[in-house]
Write a protein that binds this ligand. Structure first.
Ligand SMILES: [Zn+2]
Length: 183
């Protein structure tokens, strides 16, 4: 094999893939606040695309990015009336479907929310549980942290950063081989 051929890594051949997603939405009065698929008690909610779930959008983009798929805005255009007020879990399901058909499973997820209010701490466990359920992984593989925006002037917005690690599914063939070796 030439050095050049060796340097070509087949996309599906990677054992692990990382993904990163970022999103921001503006707070608006008199709409429900949904973060990570959980409705939080607050006077304002997040406006914009679909139900404005900033964390699910960043997570969806992280999953799509990990397999180099088109991003959430390309797959679910904000200008398409079909997605107005839509449940963001629909976007996450599609990203997860693509991850699975690319031959990967989600190993773990970590996230940081940046918002002035409400406090996320009391709801972090519920958000982690809900994300774990949506991703079909264990709760201890989902991190949710929150910070207040200091000196960046984003008091009326919620920002989410998410990283994911995907792991290649064990193929049926290697599973069978493993079972044989165990005997
Ligand atoms: Zn969004």
């Amino acid at each position: 094999m030439t050095a050049r051929a060796k340097s070509k890594v087949k996309v599906g051949g990677l054992q692990f893939r990382i993904g990163y997603g970022w999103d921001s939405h503006e707070f608006k009065r008199n709409i429900p606040l949904k973060i990570g698929g959980v409705t939080l008690p607050h006077a304002k909610g997040l406006g914009g695309h679909s139900d404005g779930d900033v964390l699910l959008h960043a997570l969806t983009d992280a999953l799509l990015g990990a397999i180099a798929a088109p991003d959430i805005g390309s797959l679910f255009s904000p200008s398409n009336p079909r997605w107005k007020g839509a449940e963001s879990a629909v976007f996450l399901e599609e990203a997860l479907r693509r991850v699975t058909s690319a031959g990967y499973t989600v190993a773990n997820v970590d996230s940081t929310l940046i918002l002035a209010a409400p406090k996320i701490g009391p709801h972090a466990a519920a958000i982690r549980e809900h994300l774990a359920e949506l991703l079909r992984i264990s709760t201890d593989a989902v991190g949710v942290k929150a910070k207040t925006p200091e000196g960046i002037g984003t008091e009326n917005a919620a920002i989410a950063h998410v990283v994911v690690l995907l792991e290649r599914k064990t193929s049926l063939r290697s599973q069978k081989k493993g079972r044989k070796e165990e005997k």
